[in-house]
Design a protein around this ligand. Structure first.
Ligand code: GTA
Length: 326
């Protein structure tokens, strides 16, 4: 049957421990699934605001929790139609101004309708801090040769840990969030909500399919040998989303990032209505296009030039500059 998307809506993480725990996964009580947990943020000390977007109603903050570096992302979530009646009936209204037929108010809804989606990365590395800092972007045109001589050595020497991915595949984390799994070691994958989606409304639906195979870093590694895997993700991913959330394939944007942040192959499934971060032409490659390109040329992604953007402070950009490639 169709899955309820609002099942955790009333559960909160309330402060319970008198002593603030360290933020690392090993000593933080597991708060998976919306249960109660200690308020690890009560001692959060702000060092700097990395990015602040009034349009997206999101702020990215760098700080410390008990001497550990942390990045905290606060995001006001979209309005939900099914809350409207409660918002109108239960809120307090403060008049700001009235002029003829026009008036503006400040509306204070009940606390449970006023939650802020909060993402915590702790301990955060310098690379995390850089990732969220507002930066000037530069376009790079990476040939197949550039990939082998410049990009591959760089990503092998310094990329984000994919431990969180292995935790998902091994059911050590987020096991209760899995929407669909095909356990086949070659063509199988796990489909689950992306951590950018709070699952409270379908407007910003966002799931990721993570492949079981551990030897595919990115689009660049894909050949026609991977077509059965890619077709399987496309077909079963779309079918599962239709079944669980009632959203048809024609309302989904299904794509891979190049460059990704995490070099273990995964596919993004986002609602077409939602302008997800990273869904622009300089980063997103539609899964259907990827499949057709590989059908036409088995080595397409080893040979073609791929254009993408890099941040001004990205060491990969420095390497491209040193190589005289941009
Ligand atoms: N379920 O633990 C996780 C997890 N992690 C660590 C990452 N993801 C996870 N999902 C689950 N559990 O969509 C998700 C990410 C991302 C995907 C990796 O895996 O949310 P990618 O390798 O192509 O990397 O995809 P990408 O897209 O750069 O990563 P990310 O983090 O989405 O960053 C892209 C931009 O999105 C950022 O620059 C920022 O502008 C924005 N962004 C990131 N996180 C948030 C957030 N929490 N709220 C709002 N905006 C955000």
């Amino acid at each position: 049957g169709k899955r309820e998307v609002c099942e955790d809506a009333d559960e909160t993480c309330k402060p319970t421990a008198a002593k603030l725990p360290k933020c690392g996964a090993d000593n933080q009580p597991d708060c998976d699934g919306g249960g109660e947990c200690a308020n690890v943020l009560s001692g959060f000390e702000v060092k700097s605001v990395l990015r602040d977007s009034a349009r997206d109603k999101t702020i990215f903050i760098h700080g410390t929790v008990e001497d550990q570096e942390a990045v905290v992302i606060l995001e006001k979530t979209p309005m939900r139609q099914d809350n409207l009646a409660e918002i109108f009936q239960e809120s307090r209204l403060k008049l700001q101004m009235k002029n003829d037929i026009y008036s503006t108010y400040q509306l204070q809804p009940p606390a449970h309708l006023n939650e802020i989606k909060t993402t915590v990365i702790c301990p955060a590395t310098q690379k995390h801090v850089k990732k969220y800092l507002s930066q000037e972007m530069f376009l790079v045109e990476e040939t197949g040769e550039d990939y082998l001589s410049t990009t591959l050595p760089y990503i092998e020497s310094q990329s984000f840990s994919v431990q969180w991915v292995y935790n998902i595949l091994e059911k050590k984390a987020e096991a209760d969030r899995i929407v669909f799994e095909d356990p086949d070691p070659d063509t199988g994958f796990v489909l689950l909500p992306d951590f950018k989606w709070d699952q409270k409304q379908l407007y910003d639906l966002y799931l990721i399919a993570i492949v079981h195979r551990r030897n595919i870093k990115s689009l660049r590694d894909l050949t026609s040998d991977h077509l059965p895997l890619l077709r399987n993700i496309s077909k079963k991913g779309k079918e599962s989303i239709q079944k669980q959330y009632g959203m048809p394939a024609c309302k989904l944007r299904v794509y891979l990032h190049y460059q990704p942040s995490y070099y273990h192959l995964h596919v993004h499934f986002t609602s077409l209505n939602y302008d997800a971060p990273g869904c622009g032409v300089e980063r997103a490659h539609l899964l259907t296009d990827v499949i057709m390109n590989l059908e036409a040329d088995p080595q397409y992604y080893q040979n073609r030039t791929i254009t993408y953007t890099l941040r001004a402070d990205d060491n990969l950009l420095l390497r491209f500059r040193e190589a005289g490639r941009c």
